[in-house]
Design a binder for this molecule. Structure first.
Ligand SMILES: NC(=O)c1ccc[n+]([C@@H]2O[C@H](COP(=O)([O-])OP(=O)(O)OC[C@H]3O[C@@H](n4cnc5c(N)ncnc54)[C@H](O)[C@@H]3O)[C@@H](O)[C@H]2O)c1
Length: 320
């Protein structure tokens, strides 16, 4: 493969300015990077400058970015009026268009017509494999999935998933750039539907939905059960470490001796369904809206404050 130019601060092009694209843009701006934004929906493109500025400044207000760097980065954000304008001189194209394989394939092929050779291309896809997204693309070696969590500008973890033909140099460069953006990249060894994080979230969420729909718990209590129960422990250590520390000095071996049988009984009784009927979707939506109301902006701001506080506490604990 042609080695890509790997400047420390690449010129970034963001394709798709929904929740995720705008989050990536806010993150890049907060690091002072030169960023081009493109969306085929002119309203999304027009909204983007204000949205990205608000989200980047919120990072500074939460203590997650330096205010002067944010302002410098925001001056380097340009809304492009064509794909060519967006990606023509980009080193790194980050695609965040809707989760639709045919659309993602088309976007990548179009990028191939106008981007410079060797451009690094990552997709934010939550679960589509790059081997399929890039199936008809001429330069698969420079493509990978880089799946952020929502909101991308706050949650540092990014899953990097190589396709069958992704080059090691591409993975190294993507990891370097993500680290330069303050992210924590983890690399999957092979493609699986939903990547790792989506699968874990889907498994836990299915059980939570089931507990709500079968009347075991209300939405707010089950959310509390996760965020103050396993979620709190997992923020400090993840499930394997948690159980390794769960049976005194005996470690995971003692834990498995004591509790594997119980887990096997629970696993046997977990929800197994793979589809929600329309009336179940309706019931779930009604219960979530009853628990939280419709003030999404206020709820998001409060959630982001809690996220920033958790990250700050974890960083302080790591240093201490
Ligand atoms: N929302 C999440 O929680 C989340 C989290 C992680 C990853 N993702 C992934 O990120 C991607 C984007 O998700 P989202 O929630 O931001 O979607 P979204 O629907 O909010 O935004 C997508 C944007 O892409 C634009 N778009 C459509 N076609 C385009 C094209 N050809 N060129 C440029 N722009 C185009 C749309 O106009 C829209 O503004 C998806 O692959 C999704 O799976 C989503």
């Amino acid at each position: 493969m042609t080695s890509p130019v790997a400047p420390h601060t690449p010129r970034v092009a963001l394709l798709g300015l929904g929740d995720i694209g705008a989050g990536w843009a806010a993150l890049a701006a907060a690091h002072g990077w030169t960023t081009a934004l493109f969306d085929t929906d002119v309203h999304a493109a027009d909204r983007a400058t204000g949205l990205v500025a608000r989200r980047a400044r919120a990072l500074a207000a939460l203590g997650r970015a330096d205010a002067d760097t944010v302002e410098r980065g925001l001056r380097r954000v340009k809304v492009a009026r064509s794909l060519l304008q967006a990606v023509g001189d980009a080193d790194w194209v980050i695609e965040s268009v809707p989760e639709d394989l045919a659309l993602k394939q088309r976007v990548l092929e179009n990028v191939g017509q106008v981007a410079r050779p060797g451009v690094i291309y990552t997709s934010s896809s939550s679960g589509l494999p790059m081997s399929e997204i890039a199936a008809r693309y001429k330069d698969q070696a420079h493509c990978a999935v880089a799946h952020p969590l929502n909101p991308p500008e706050l949650i540092p973890l990014v899953e990097v998933v190589p396709g069958k033909f992704t080059a090691q140099e591409t993975l190294d460069t993507v990891r370097d750039w993500l680290r330069a953006l303050g992210r924590i990249p983890i690399v999957l060894k092979r493609e699986v539907p939903g990547n790792a994080v989506g699968r874990i979230a889907a498994a836990v969420w299915r059980e939570c939905i089931d507990l709500v729909l079968t009347g075991v718990m209300d939405v707010d209590d089950i959310d509390r059960a996760v965020s103050l129960g396993p979620g709190l422990g997992w923020a400090a250590g993840g499930p394997h470490l948690t159980y390794h520390l769960g049976a005194g000095d005996g470690g995971v071996e003692a834990f498995l001796q004591q509790l594997l049988q119980s887990f096997e009984i629970w696993w046997g009784s977990l929800a197994q369904w793979t589809k929600l009927e329309p009336e179940q979707v309706h019931a779930l939506t009604a219960q979530i809206e009853k628990a939280y109301g419709a003030k999404v902006d206020a709820l998001r701001e409060a959630r982001d404050r809690r996220l920033a506080a958790i990250l700050k506490a974890l960083e302080a604990a790591r240093k201490g």
